[in-house]
Write a protein that binds this ligand. Structure first.
Ligand code: ATP
Length: 247
């Protein structure tokens, strides 16, 4: 499996020393790319999260990684995509580190109740029904920066793992999961999500603009919506403007 990554073509993975953002790098060359093309950088000068938030991306053996995919199901499937990628990254990190990595709806990875990695899926456009998507992730491995410890005790850091192995495994398992997602949809991943979900069964609050909605997290449905139980009723919540927090 390891070698398969490199047998597609010599040009399907690029390592960059410094870049504004690995997602932006792929977005800027979308017309030239084949599904599965990926890049990683040592350092991002303008790493970003959802809604233009900053993703802190210092130099120091972390992973900043993006991959392009031609999504046959169209843009509506992009929501499910960030969940599938979260499952894959959690599995790969657990395999390599032995630590219990969790997912948080819709786009984060958690370790010991702290944010370890973020995922950002961006839509680059459409050709007919096909959506061109770039999916990126920043994973905290070795945060050397002393300022960082002061600024953010709330973030998790995995510790040393071999980044070559990490990237090779991510590429293989992401490409495989994408093919499964295209054929079977999110349905095929629901059970796995439930096992990895950091908040399932726990009291949570959803921040939606100025509104706060409280309930018990009950996992996700086939559309990728978060299921929230309130007074015995379960309501699905979907959309890019929602932030989930422990209550
Ligand atoms: P929320 O947790 O509110 O749902 P989000 O999923 O919308 O957040 P993103 O937009 O994906 O968050 O990521 C940006 C946020 O992540 C920043 O606002 C900051 O709080 C946090 N962050 C930035 N850099 C890092 C990092 N290296 N490790 C952990 N967290 C980070």
């Amino acid at each position: 499996q390891y070698y398969r990554t490199f047998s597609h073509s010599a040009l399907d993975f690029e390592i960059l020393p410094v870049i504004d953002s690995t997602n932006q790098y792929l977005l800027d060359k979308i017309g030239e790319l084949q599904s599965g093309f990926a890049c990683a950088a040592e350092y991002q000068q303008a790493g970003r999260g959802r809604r233009g938030r900053q993703w802190f991306s210092p130099f120091g053996s972390n992973l900043y990684f993006s991959m392009y995919w031609r999504l046959e199901q169209g843009p509506a499937a992009a929501m499910g995509l960030s969940l599938v990628i979260g499952i894959v990254i959690a599995n790969v990190l657990r395999q390599l580190s032995g630590q219990e990595i969790k997912v948080k709806w819709p786009n984060d990875l958690y370790l010991n109740d702290k944010k370890l990695a973020g995922i950002l899926v961006e839509l680059a456009g459409k050709t007919g029904d096909v959506a061109h998507v770039v999916m990126g992730s920043g994973i905290n491995l070795m945060m050397h920066n002393p300022d960082h410890d002061i600024v953010n005790q709330a973030w998790a850091n995995l510790g040393y793992i071999d980044r070559n192995l990490l990237v090779a495994n991510l590429l293989n398992q992401l490409r495989e999961a994408m093919c499964c997602f295209e054929q079977q949809g999110l349905h095929a991943f629901i059970n796995e999500w439930m096992l990895l979900d950091n908040f399932v069964g726990r009291p949570v609050k959803l921040l939606i603009g100025d509104k706060i909605i409280k309930g018990i997290a009950r996992g996700i449905n086939d559309q990728g919506a978060l299921l929230l139980e309130q007074d015995g009723h379960i309501t699905p919540y979907i959309g890019g403007e929602i932030s989930l927090r422990a209550d």
